[in-house]
Design a protein around this ligand. Structure first.
Ligand code: HXC
Length: 260
């Protein structure tokens, strides 16, 4: 498929999706949302694709936020009636059960930081800068920042970041638990694709199951989460890949996955 605002490439079993509006620092407008929903649906529906990486084109930004020029003159009633920003969660995050990684190569501000936090995890270049600067525009996060950032780094840092609008560098982001790994800028994409290839080599149904149970930790009580974990674990024991994985271990060979 052809997209206006992103590019999509397949590298073996890894889908690489690149936000491609570098002249606007990859700001997220409605077309980007449509394109991402399309690309992630294609990824989700292709059994040959087993992990995805989302990054930003250009040297400066992952995404510098929701597109301010698109929002500037929009009446409040339209934001409310369109339930503006709802589809980022309902049609993107919730519909993608397969794993995907955000490779943050520069500014991840406002909606850009929020989009990165929608990923299963973030890897960052040493030039990455995270922030929720919406307060400077007289607004506040609208795509999950107040919730996901708080869960990721805790109340103190999340509150401070939202109230001051300051940016957090890569090293602090890793130390605070926002980011899984920081890599030198020039190696970021290669490293992200390497991690994605590792994930893509795992039994795919187990990958979905692992993702589902870790996500449950953010949405339920401990008791409910532990039940979800046990039930999903128990379902996996019926899979062909469980039989293969355990046989392969005992026979000291690599497993061959069926994805079921
Ligand atoms: C639209 C944007 C943009 C954005 C940058 N650009 N961010 N356009 N929406 N969020 C455009 C600039 O207008 C400029 O276009 C070009 O990209 C390059 O940006 P510069 O500002 O010239 O670059 P630089 O001086 O290097 O500064 C980089 C920056 C700054 C610090 C990242 O661009 C910046 O502060 N951007 C806005 C960050 C932000 O506030 N994000 C939150 C958005 S609100 P031209 O045409 O002039 O070259 C949000 C949700 C809010 O995400 C919900 C509200 C309802």
């Amino acid at each position: 498929a052809d997209y206006e605002t992103i590019t999509v490439e397949q590298r073996d079993a890894v889908t690489l999706i690149t936000l491609n509006r570098p002249q606007a620092l990859n700001a997220l407008n409605s077309q980007v949302l449509e394109d991402l929903i399309g690309a992630f649906a294609a990824y989700e529906g292709d059994p040959g694709q087993r992990c995805a990486v989302l990054t930003g084109a250009g040297d400066k930004a992952f995404a510098a936020g929701a597109d301010i020029k698109e929002m500037a003159d929009k009446p409040a009633a339209d934001f409310y009636l369109d339930d503006f920003f709802a589809r980022w969660t309902s049609d993107l995050v919730k519909k993608v059960r397969k794993p995907w990684i955000a490779a943050v190569n520069g500014f991840a501000l406002g909606g850009g930081c929020e989009l990165a936090m929608m990923a299963d995890f973030i890897v960052a270049s040493d030039k990455a800068r995270f922030g929720q600067p919406e307060i400077n525009l007289g607004v506040a996060p609208g795509m999950g920042g107040s919730q996901r950032l708080t869960r990721a780094v805790g109340k103190a840092k999340a509150m401070e970041m939202c109230l001051t609008g300051r940016m957090m560098g890569a090293e602090e982001a890793e130390r605070s638990g926002l980011v899984a790994h920081v890599f030198p800028h020039e190696n970021l994409l290669e490293k992200a694709l390497e991690i994605a290839a590792t994930i893509a080599s795992k039994p795919p149904m187990a990958a979905i199951a692992n993702k589902e149970m870790v996500n449950a930790a953010f949405e339920t009580t401990l008791d409910q989460g532990l039940i979800i974990e046990r039930r999903i674990f128990q379902i996996l024991t019926a899979s062909e890949d469980k039989a293969e994985g355990m046989a392969a271990f005992i026979e000291k060979r690599e497993g061959k996955w069926k994805g079921r």
